[in-house]
Design a protein around this ligand. Structure first.
Ligand SMILES: [Zn+2]
Length: 98
């Protein structure tokens, strides 16, 4: 049975990037790192499954502006978060600190 038909195995070029390849290889979930500014709790960093411009504070549920810091991959369940003082858990590849 000859296979004479060639069909591309991937979606059109440009829809994949090196990060996607790394995520697949290492079985990571894509996540977005954002910085919330809560009037009550100060700076909180969160890792989300999708980018967001606003997000509720995980402590007091007030709506905060969310600033996108970067994105990367994680094996942890999303979302997870940390207040600024204990931010080490969020220091992962892809996070940029200004
Ligand atoms: Zn809060």
């Amino acid at each position: 049975m000859a296979n004479t038909e060639f069909t591309p195995s991937r979606t059109p070029a440009g829809t994949r990037n090196p990060l996607d390849e790394i995520l697949v290889i290492h079985h990571l979930k894509r996540c977005y790192f954002v910085r919330l500014r809560c009037a009550k709790h100060g700076e909180i960093r969160m890792a989300l499954a999708e980018a967001a411009t606003q997000r509720r504070c995980p402590l007091c549920r007030s709506l905060c502006d969310a600033e996108l810091l970067g994105f990367g991959g994680t094996t942890r369940p999303l979302p997870f978060w940390s207040v600024r003082q204990g931010v080490q858990a969020l220091e992962a590849p892809g996070v940029r600190n200004d």
